[in-house]
Design a protein around this ligand. Structure first.
Ligand SMILES: N[C@@H](CCC(=O)N[C@@H](CS)C(=O)NCC(=O)O)C(=O)O
Length: 242
């Protein structure tokens, strides 16, 4: 049995997809990050970085104590090794899968996250350059992935954790662009993953675990997500200077 701590966020869906693809027994626990639930000592014991996804595997392969993990790329790799699935066995495809898994962990995902920050949360006067920089980077990453998918069904030979890792942020392309029509192979790959039943189940299960949001508290959200110091710096930037 695996506990997965969730919000409705791309990094979480990557892991939920893998759990469903492998037919594992797992439970989704909502962690309201906009209300600061990631900062409790109980959750920090599981995820010292204070972010979701995080898992607790109650039956690790060594038969020992429950194992807690954070970082979606590491969790995907752990689950692939545990199940022997969705990571190619051959040396070259495996190297390719790991390469693209790291690429999304260090590039596609955090840069997409920064783009969202400058679209939605950053003080108005900082948004134009932030959006130019990060939406530009998101599209550059789409272009690179589109290139890898030319003449290939999947990123690394067979459907793997590299595809699952990259899918989460590409799936919300409409936050960054009207369409992905100009990235033909990315578009075809995205549609093929979206049509998979385990993927649909993963999204439903995560969203089903989310409790109804209370009234949105902007100040609590800013402090929970960006920290007291950052939130007050942003507040200072956002308020008119005397
Ligand atoms: N590199 C991490 C990123 C995780 C991440 O950014 N999670 C967000 C999802 S909303 C989060 O928990 N944010 C809460 C916070 O930043 O306080 C991963 O891939 O697992």
């Amino acid at each position: 049995m695996i506990d997965l701590y969730v919000e409705g966020s791309p990094a979480v869906f990557k892991v939920a997809m893998m759990l469903e693809e492998c037919g594992m027994e797992w439970a989704a626990h909502h962690l309201a990050v906009g209300e600061g639930a990631q900062h409790t000592p109980e959750f920090r014991a599981i995820s010292p970085n204070g972010k979701v996804p995080a898992i607790v595997d109650h039956a690790p392969a060594d038969g020992g104590e429950p194992l807690a993990m954070f970082e979606s790329g590491a969790i995907l790799t752990y689950l692939a090794e545990k199940t022997g699935r969705f990571l190619p066995a051959g040396l070259r495809d495996r190297a390719t899968a790991m390469q693209w898994l790291f690429w999304q962990s260090s590039g596609l995902s955090p840069l997409s996250g920064q783009a969202i920050h400058f679209i939605r949360y950053a003080p108005e006067e900082t948004r134009a350059y932030g959006q130019l920089r990060y939406i530009g980077e998101v599209k550059r990453h789409w272009q690179v992935l589109d290139g890898q998918l030319k003449g290939r069904e999947w990123i690394a030979g067979e459907y793997s954790i590299a595809d699952m890792g990259c899918y989460g942020w590409v799936n919300i392309y409409d936050r960054f662009a009207d369409s992905i029509d100009e990235y033909q192979d990315l578009k075809r790959w995205h549609a093929a993953i979206a049509a998979r039943e385990p993927v649909k189940r993963a999204y439903e299960k995560v969203m089903g675990a989310k409790r109804a949001d209370g009234p949105f508290d902007e100040s609590l959200f800013q402090r929970s997500m960006f920290g007291e110091a950052a939130a007050s710096r942003m507040g200072a930037l956002a308020s008119p200077r005397g």
